[in-house]
Design a protein around this ligand. Structure first.
Ligand SMILES: O=C(CO)[C@@H](O)[C@H](O)CF
Length: 484
């Protein structure tokens, strides 16, 4: 008599360049993973890096049917590989933040009556009023951002209400652009989803609601009251609240997978769908941060995730509702001048060698004898500035530093800026604070020592490959009543 199949849980990630899935067992062991790369596996859509950059160099979109077809492909690959869908007890997922999907009038009825004999992309091919969805790389909505901030009383007021000042990639501004340029298209749009809630809809067989955490990236949600801001909705487009539906906690169990999935792939009819969320909140869930912890990704760009109980609105950075604790918040700080800046200084002052770079760091004193530098090779997000700025021990601007001082000034400057911005958002270093570091530079112990010195906290390294998938699988498990 074969032992009963152990339950499994799926975590999905609809990211910019690929669709990924991870299956874990109840011990959180990965038992299956698969992916579809949009450029390579779906060449008919002609994307580069999963997107189309338009001729104005500002507008960036992705074909929504590419995402649908990618799901068809990955489910078929799993079925062909003999994956046992009937073991799946629950699933959840993540999507690239800020992207938006526009469902045409009547689409919900099509979603609810999908034929199990057809792939999703065939049944849904006429269900979208906007074929090319705006995504987070878009920066074509500056006019809409100005208009929104003016309508609600300024950038600081908007940050206090929604967690961020107006950003071009944020969904409310994208919707405002579509309404202003194509009012007919907007009128015939029945539902507007984020990429995360769109993906959940494909499993639910009905429109899935937007969760609080990913909804925090729209410039539309009152993050403290967890409701849409009437002033923001009205500033973007008429009747927008009805098209968005009501937002829900990220932990909400939305229902079970649709009959389409049970009949076509053999999912158990009791398989739960837990609200999908944004990729960054899902990644934070994967790291299982506690209050006071910091997660820092030292990659091409540097990103900080902070767990904050009482956030302070600021014009820099973002405050989102926490994906794992409805009473807490997550702060996100994104920096463009990350590893590319560190590699540039390594090449110029350490002969391209990380070993020589580290030696320089270890040979200089903490505090660099008062020599401070700020290094922005490209226009930085926080602060919005560019160029290299050096100040010596007498606070005089200087044009160069000796190479060892230059290297320490770069690393100390990068981490001091991060601490200052984090504390401006309400972050407080606690005696229990841990720093979880990931990304390429987290393999350099000399760099991590500076990070630990600047934050006066211990640094641990973690592998966050597939973190958005893993965080989604964890949420699928922990949001079920048995685990609540
Ligand atoms: O725009 C971002 C966060 O605000 C990006 O990290 C996207 O979520 C990447 F998909």
């Amino acid at each position: 008599m074969a032992a009963p199949a152990e339950p499994s849980y799926l975590g999905w990630d609809f990211s910019t360049q690929q669709l990924k899935v991870i299956a874990v067992d109840e011990q959180l062991r990965v038992i299956h993973e698969d992916s579809v790369n949009f450029d390579k596996d779906l060449p008919e859509f002609g994307t580069q890096g999963g997107v189309h950059v338009h001729s104005d160099r500002l507008t960036v979109t992705s074909p929504v049917l590419m995402w649908v077809k990618a799901l068809d492909m990955i489910l078929e690959k799993m079925k062909s590989s003999g994956f046992n869908f009937s073991r799946v007890k629950a699933l959840s997922g993540a999507g690239q933040q800020h992207g938006s999907v526009y469902w045409k009038e009547g689409a919900n009825s099509v979603l609810q009556n999908l034929s199990p004999d057809l792939p999703l992309h065939q049944s849904l091919k006429s269900c979208f009023s906007v074929s090319n969805s705006p995504v987070w790389m878009d920066s074509s909505t500056t006019a809409q951002c100005c208009s929104l901030e003016k309508a609600v009383g300024g950038a600081q007021k908007l940050a206090e209400v929604t967690g961020s000042r107006a950003y071009e990639r944020f969904t409310g501004n994208q919707i405002a652009k579509i309404y202003s340029q194509n009012p007919e298209v907007y009128t015939h749009t029945e539902r507007i989803s984020l990429v995360s809630s769109f993906a959940a809809s494909l499993f639910l067989g009905a429109y899935a609601p937007i969760d609080y955490s990913d909804g925090s990236g729209m410039n539309l949600l009152q993050i403290h009251e967890k409701v849409w801001s009437p002033a923001c909705l009205d500033a973007c487009a008429p009747g927008l609240g009805k098209k968005l539906g009501h937002p829900v906690p990220s932990s909400k169990v939305l229902g079970c997978v649709s009959p389409y999935h049970t009949q076509r792939f053999g999912f158990n009819s009791g398989c739960k769908v837990v609200a999908f969320t944004g990729d960054n909140p899902a990644s934070m869930a994967a790291m299982r941060l506690r209050e006071g912890d910091i997660a820092i990704s030292l990659g091409t760009s540097d990103t900080l995730f902070l767990w904050i109980k009482e956030p302070k609105a600021a014009l820099e950075g973002h405050i989102l509702c926490s994906p794992v604790d409805s009473q807490a918040y997550m702060a996100m700080l994104c920096y463009k001048n990350g590893s590319l800046m560190r590699e540039k200084i390594r090449d110029e002052h350490a002969s391209g060698s990380w070993e020589e770079f580290s030696k320089a760091l270890l040979s200089t004193a903490v505090g660099n004898d008062g020599n401070v530098g700020f290094y922005f090779d490209v226009m930085e997000i926080i602060p919005e500035t560019v160029g290299i700025h050096r100040f010596n021990t007498h606070n005089n601007r200087v044009s160069t530093f000796p190479k060892e001082l230059e290297i320490r000034a770069l690393i100390e400057g990068q981490f001091m800026a991060k601490r200052i911005h984090a504390e401006k958002l309400g972050y407080t270093i606690l005696p229990t604070t841990r720093i979880l570091a990931t990304g390429g530079a987290s393999h350099n112990k000399a760099i991590l020592q500076v990070l630990s010195d600047v934050f006066s906290a211990p640094v641990y390294t973690i592998d966050t490959a597939n973190s958005a998938c893993l965080g989604s699988a964890y949420r699928a498990i922990h949001c079920l009543p048995a685990f609540a």
